[in-house]
Design a protein around this ligand. Structure first.
Ligand SMILES: CCCCCCCCCCCCCCCCCCCCCCC/C=C/C(=O)SCCNC(=O)CCNC(=O)[C@H](O)C(C)(C)COP(=O)(O)OP(=O)(O)OC[C@H]1O[C@@H](n2cnc3c(N)ncnc32)[C@H](O)[C@@H]1OP(=O)(O)O
Ligand SMILES: Cc1cc2nc3c(=O)[nH]c(=O)nc-3n(C[C@H](O)[C@H](O)[C@H](O)COP(=O)(O)OP(=O)(O)OC[C@H]3O[C@@H](n4cnc5c(N)ncnc54)[C@H](O)[C@@H]3O)c2cc1C
Length: 660
């Protein structure tokens, strides 16, 4: 029985075509769909008991799943794209993420041809397992502050890897704790007693025979993390070196080379390329944000259509909570954000692939923009997604707090995304630096790409919004101009404030809060612009483009409403225009309502991937919640273990002995 079938009949667009629009292409949709079903139908990938397992059992289970996934990849000859979808649907952080997601890309981006030839075949066949060991107990954000040393010894042609202090212990790298045989270790290069910046080194950590740590290496897991199950399937680790020697050719030498004689040679490659792996991963994190948010929204939307409270007249059905305007005003912007993040991640991937190609050809001019876009969008989308998942939990009322809703584990596994790959505030400050630099160069350098609007700063500073009616907001030009003016005006105002400081770094520190707001406004502009650009493409299917248009306006006008202080303070909007935008937003919510279920069906998530009783495709929530309760181990027996020992004596005590 499909309890949501009436809801599905209300929609006015072609859901199958929307699935293709969401996936990006028919090929991508088919690929994703095949992998989703492969995982959902394979009992090894069962995940419902995960939050109840102890740490050792949990990790062992992850190893079993990883081995099974790897066997499927080999046996079924899956492509890299298929393997990525498989990993997504298995839905369990594992050491393989860091091996494939950071260790291999670090060698690809920072290794010489010779190094790539040696290490990549081993890594790609998984004959070695690698991780990315950058962060230390004492430093994560400040990469130049890392303390691990790699001192070159000209006599033996080796580097000596050493952890001179407790705070220099590597701390956090995923896959390091129990599984990696190798690591790309970031350390201070010391040659001839001089410090030459932080560089990456390939270091073997464990024996390839019996997996025991090599001499001079202390390595282990850092302990339990937030939530049950969740990120505890990952062995984040601690690592210390006691004068461990590695051959000279294990320093990743694309950026700088150390010769046998101890000379430092700089190639034409900018030193920022050492941070290149982070550009790659941040781009994938933006794509993952749309997946995590869409998953939470799918659960909350389906459940909001099933759940009824109040409003019954004459014994008729109560109101579906999705029909409350307040519920819509919290849920629909998240639904729109999931689509917005999906499309901006599509664009970001193409930007990244373009930069990657250029870097391979030693063309580095677009690296700063790629860094600003990946850092900013990583920060913006992960913050919104982490907050959005928690909002979805609240939208599901009490049942959202049950692990069987799928939301607690999703939240616990997701929130570190706001911290890893760069703390979100630290990353926004990087964007702010890029913007301040862009503004300061306006006189002699034409801004391009995502900052091209700054080239029109004079007119953006003068022209105010022309919107006169609520319908007037349904105009891409009017909306984009509002976001451009806000971002340009905030950036210029901040640059003017900065100019008042004699020392620019002091000014930057003092104005950091405003600078983060400037960066946020710039990143929101990118997301809004890319959504409108997506709508200019050919999007086939009855009503698909029209539904996406509604979501695009919801996303933009919701942000405009939320940040109306900025739009008013910069003088671009009048209070009347801001209130017209809000009125239009209410109308848009009514347009989303009949399509809400179909819009989340378009994510095409299996019940296995959603992992939620509240978000079941068939809406059969109550019987399944009731059934699941009886599967809890506490309900194995009527009288729990411990009752006779600890509770019964209390019940049997004589009343007069209590003085309460
Ligand atoms: C069970 C299932 C199993 C399934 C099995 C299936 C197997 C097969 C699967 C196959 C497919 C797998 C696919 C994998 C998918 C990937 C998954 C990835 C998973 C991700 C998990 C994440 C885990 C987390 C990892 C980490 O956290 S790593 C550590 C990250 N650390 C940081 O981010 C630190 C943040 N700090 C910084 O980035 C910098 O230090 C700083 C930018 C803050 C530095 O500031 P500072 O001012 O000190 O900087 P510098 O002086 O050094 O440099 C300033 C100049 O450099 C520019 N800059 C800075 N950063 C960059 C950059 N990244 N790129 C380019 N340029 C950069 C600045 O702009 C400055 O430039 P200027 O001088 O011109 O102004
Ligand atoms: C689950 C998880 C997995 C991880 N995996 C890996 C991995 O595989 N490999 C690896 O190397 N690392 C990994 N990390 C480490 C991660 O990259 C760092 O934790 C992250 O970069 C943040 O650095 P930090 O911990 O030093 O935070 P800190 O920089 O100490 O941040 C603490 C606070 O200080 C603020 N702050 C710091 N600097 C500034 C500044 N300049 N201006 C204003 N505010 C500032 C931050 O906003 C934050 O509020 C992982 C972390 C987690 C949680």
């Amino acid at each position: 029985m499909d309890y949501l079938s009436d809801e599905r009949k209300k929609s006015d667009f072609d859901v199958e075509a929307m699935k293709v629009a969401w996936a990006g292409s028919i090929q991508e949709f088919q690929l994703s769909d095949r992998m989703a079903k492969l995982v959902a139908n394979d009992p090894v990938f069962e995940k419902f008991t995960r939050p109840m397992l102890g740490r050792k059992e949990l990790l062992k289970n992850t190893l079993r799943k990883s081995a099974h996934a790897w066997k499927l990849i080999i046996d079924l000859r899956l492509s890299e794209e298929e393997a990525k979808w498989l990993r997504l649907y298995v839905d369990e952080p594992a050491y393989t993420d860091l091996h494939w997601g950071m260790f291999i890309p670090a060698i690809e981006g920072q290794g010489t041809e010779e190094q790539k030839k040696k290490w990549l075949p081993l890594a790609k066949k998984m004959q070695i397992i690698g991780c990315y060991a950058q962060t230390e107990l004492g430093h994560g954000s400040n990469v130049q502050g890392l303390e691990t040393t790699a001192t070159f010894d000209t006599r033996t042609d080796e580097f000596i890897m050493h952890s001179p202090t407790l705070t220099s212990s590597k701390w956090w790298p995923g896959g390091l704790g129990k599984l990696s045989t190798h690591a790309v270790v970031y350390a201070r290069l010391i040659v001839g007693g001089q410090f030459h910046g932080v560089h990456g080194f390939i270091v073997q950590l464990r024996s390839l025979e019996d997996h025991s740590p090599l001499p001079g290496i202390t390595v282990g897991d850092i302990g339990l993390k937030f939530g049950n199950g969740a990120y505890n399937t990952m062995d984040n680790g601690v690592l210390r070196f006691d004068h461990v020697r590695i051959p000279r050719n294990q320093m990743l030498m694309r950026v700088s080379q150390v010769t046998k004689e101890g000379k430092i040679m700089q190639s034409d490659v900018p030193r920022q390329l050492i941070y290149g792996t982070m550009v790659y991963v941040r781009q994938t994190i933006v794509a993952d944000a749309s997946k995590a948010l869409s998953r939470a929204v799918c659960i909350a939307t389906r459940y909001s259509a099933v759940r009824r409270q109040f409003g019954s007249r004459d014994g008729g059905p109560e109101t579906q909570v999705i029909d409350y305007k307040t519920q819509q005003s919290r849920l629909f912007p998240l639904l729109a954000s999931a689509y917005a993040f999906r499309f901006v991640s599509e664009w970001l991937k193409s930007l990244y692939l373009d930069v990657k190609q250029r870097l391979e050809a030693n063309e580095f001019s677009t690296l700063p923009e790629a860094h600003a876009c990946t850092a900013g969008l990583k920060s913006l989308t992960t913050t919104a997604t982490a907050d959005g998942i928690e909002e979805c939990r609240k939208l599901c009322g009490g049942h959202g707090y049950l692990v069987s809703s799928g939301l607690p584990e999703l939240f616990a596994v997701y929130i570190p995304a706001c911290t890893y790959e760069g703390d979100n505030v630290v990353l926004m400050l990087q964007v702010a630096r890029f913007l301040v630099k862009t503004v300061s160069e306006l006189g002699h350098k034409k801004p391009v790409g995502t900052t091209a609007y700054m080239g029109r700063v004079a007119s953006l500073m003068q022209k105010n919004s022309a919107v006169q009616t609520a319908e007037g907001w349904l105009n891409p030009g009017a909306v984009v101009e509002a976001f451009e003016s806000r971002a340009a005006r905030m950036a210029v105002r901040c640059a003017q404030e900065l100019a008042k400081f004699g020392n620019p770094e002091e000014g930057f520190a003092e104005l950091a809060v405003d600078l983060v707001e400037v960066a946020v406004s710039h990143c929101q502009l990118i997301v809004v612009t890319k959504f409108f650009e997506k709508l200019q493409q050919d999007i086939p299917g009855k009503g698909v483009k029209e539904s996406l248009e509604v979501l695009c306006y919801v996303y933009a006008l919701f942000l405009l409403h939320k940040h109306q202080g900025d739009f008013l303070a910069t003088g671009y909007l009048t209070p009347k225009q801001a209130s017209l935008a809000n009125a239009q937003l209410r109308t848009l919510y009514s347009k989303v309502r009949p399509n809400a279920i179909a819009l989340v069906d378009s994510f095409s998530y299996t019940d296995h991937y959603l992992g939620s009783i509240l978000g079941r495709y068939d809406g059969n929530v109550y019987p399944k919640l009731y059934e699941a309760a009886w599967e809890d181990p506490l309900n194995d027996s009527d009288v729990i273990d411990g009752f006779h020992q600890y509770v019964q004596p209390i019940l049997k005590q004589r009343l007069h002995s209590a003085k309460l």
